[in-house]
Ligand binder design. Structure first.
Ligand code: SF4
Length: 304
């Protein structure tokens, strides 16, 4: 098996930059999960970027747990409160194929990194019959070595680049090294996929979409993120998705500065900066898009 790698050893887990060393055959790591695969929903999803959702939807599988555990997480019920159902890799492979049968444009793995060994096994099982692209949708806090392992399995990466400042990443996600890790991972993703490739219907077949959600009161940090992108990533090698949907979910009320929605002024200033830097290949959101429709019901749909 190509993925026989000490990185995938669940008895002393160092899969992600947390490097917990947890024996996940016995206990949970920082990500909140043992080695057994758990998911909370597998269904067609229409709320990703248009080149991912298309007309029929993205075949989205939401995994339980998360290695970032952001205080404002909109998916906190699955990322931090434990909602989910145990599955075998064989179950997951069947789920991928069922989503394909339902017309999914792609298989969209949301926060799958901490289950990598089982997910790779499922992808390997499904591979002979899976003809749609596989999307790896993550918070960006991934080891570049893990991205290397995904090379033969993933066609599209959808990483966040959430923060530049270690102060912010430490405060909201408990990860002071977030930017140094995420920036390296994203560069690895881009060198792996090459420039974005679309099909005749405008759906993405290969490439990287970098997502940045503007946070209330953090325009300067967004500006630093945009400048890093401009100065370090080759033009035309990625798409940028600038998100305005921030809503104070979960523990945001404990952080007064982010316990509010983003203003139109804040979002527009960041957008203007992206445009002035020439970062115009990608997507922007209507400011009215901070709606709960972006959070699907985590009701175990599609996991039978
Ligand atoms: S995947 Fe989970 S257990 Fe493994 S190092 Fe990361 S947070 Fe720790």
């Amino acid at each position: 098996m190509k993925w026989d790698n000490s990185l995938l050893d669940m008895t002393s887990c160092r899969l992600c930059p947390r490097n917990c060393g947890a024996d996940r055959t016995k206990r949970r790591g920082y990500c909140g999960e043992k080695a057994v695969l758990r998911c909370a929903r597998a269904a067609l999803h229409h709320w990703e970027e248009p080149c991912i959702s298309g007309t029929r939807g993205s075949g989205t599988v939401f995994f339980s747990g998360c290695n970032l555990r952001c205080c404002f997480c909109q998916n906190y019920k699955i990322s931090q409160e434990g909602t989910g159902k145990e599955l075998s890799p064989e179950n997951l492979a069947d789920i991928f194929l069922r989503l394909q049968e339902q017309g999914a444009h792609n298989i969209n793995l949301v926060t799958a990194g901490h289950f990598l060994p089982a997910v790779l096994k499922a992808l390997e099982l499904a591979k002979p019959r899976l003809h749609i692209p596989v999307v790896y949708n993550c918070g960006g806090y991934e080891k570049p070595e893990v991205i290397e392992i995904l090379k033969d399995y993933v066609d599209i990466y959808l990483p966040d680049l959430k923060y530049f400042s270690p102060v912010l990443s430490s405060r909201y996600s408990g990860a002071g090294d977030y930017f140094s890790v995420a920036s390296q991972s994203i560069a690895t993703m881009i060198s792996q996929t090459g420039n974005p490739v679309f099909d005749e219907e405008g759906l993405l077949k290969k490439g990287v979409i970098i997502r940045h959600m503007v946070l209330p009161g953090s325009r300067k940090d967004s500006s630093a993120v945009l400048h890093w992108i401009k100065d370090n990533l080759p033009e035309g090698s990625f798409l940028l998705s600038l998100l305005s949907q921030y809503t104070p979910f979960y523990k945001s009320s404990q952080y007064p500065e982010i316990n509010r929605r983003l203003t139109t002024y804040e979002y527009n200033k960041v957008l203007e900066e992206a445009i002035s830097l020439g970062l115009t290949q990608g997507f922007m959101q209507e400011k009215s898009s901070a709606k709960e429709e972006y959070t699907p019901p985590f009701n175990l749909e599609g996991l039978e």
